[in-house]
Ligand binder design. Structure first.
Ligand code: SAH
Length: 233
């Protein structure tokens, strides 16, 4: 069973976008995952195909209507659909590699992309939407956030990454930032590759990498260090 993504959006042309290329694009072609876009506007009921309205209580901007969104969600994700329903939202729980792994192990995701000021709270509550943020900044719409989330998930699907090991050694997988990388040439503008990396001593190399990981994490992300797990041998 492959990972199935349904994206609800006012801009279906934004998909697959970057996910049509490289690893994700090849996996899409190979059927390792599937992507369906649903035009929210198709579920509007009035002559003008309205999807938004002015905010109750006043203020700037527009709010996406609960009734239109509910119809689109029910179409994309009928009762019995086991996939989580996500709403891309700066108010959501920040996306983590742990959540990405869970999603990649599951049947897929239904992803609602917000626009304007956001969506009517009642559809979030009524359809049990899980709000997911990709960081503490504001995008103009949920589409780039959905692309980010799907990119992170798809690369973990079985067979997508050429070198399966590299997925496990990356930043965050052991609670630490990754060590620095080097490749040829041996000398670049007077800078050499650290001696230990060309020593051929694998034990020393592993110890150096772990130490560098810890140093970088302490320097840049002390918040991660507290939760870091010992590196499995
Ligand atoms: N008024 C809202 C921001 C709306 S931005 C607020 O202040 O919270 C419009 C849409 O872009 C949102 O509905 C959401 O779908 C998307 N979006 C913006 N920033 C995001 C982020 N950091 N993570 C995920 N989605 C985001």
């Amino acid at each position: 069973m492959s990972f199935s993504a349904s994206v609800l959006t006012l801009y279906p042309e934004m998909f697959p976008g970057a996910l049509g290329l490289s690893l994700a694009g090849r996996a899409l072609e190979a059927g390792t995952w599937s992507l369906e876009t649903i035009q929210i506007r198709d579920f509007a009921t009035d002559r003008h195909r309205t999807v938004d309205d002015t905010p109750a209580g006043g203020g700037a901007g527009m709010v996406m209507r609960a009734d239109v969104l509910a119809k689109a969600i029910d179409h994309a994700s009928p009762e019995g659909d086991a996939r989580p329903r996500l709403l891309m939202s700066p108010r959501g729980k920040p996306l983590t590699q742990a959540r990405v792994r869970e999603l990649a192990a599951g049947p897929g995701a239904v992803i609602l992309c917000g626009r304007f000021e956001g969506v009517d709270q009642r559809v979030i509550d009524a359809r049990g939407l899980e709000e997911v943020s990709i960081g503490d900044f504001i995008l103009s719409g949920g589409e780039p956030a959905a692309l980010v989330l799907l990119d992170a998930v798809v690369r973990l699907l079985p067979g997508v990454m050429g070198n399966a090991m590299s997925g496990e050694e990356e930043s965050f997988e052991n609670g630490l930032l990754e060590h620095p990388h080097y490749t040829r040439p041996q000398e670049f503008e007077g800078r050499d590759i650290p001696e230990v990396l060309i020593s051929g001593n694998h034990k020393k190399i592993a110890a150096w990498r772990r130490a560098e990981s810890e140093r970088l994490t302490a320097e840049r992300r002390p918040d991660l260090l507290a939760a870091a797990q010992p590196l499995a041998k």
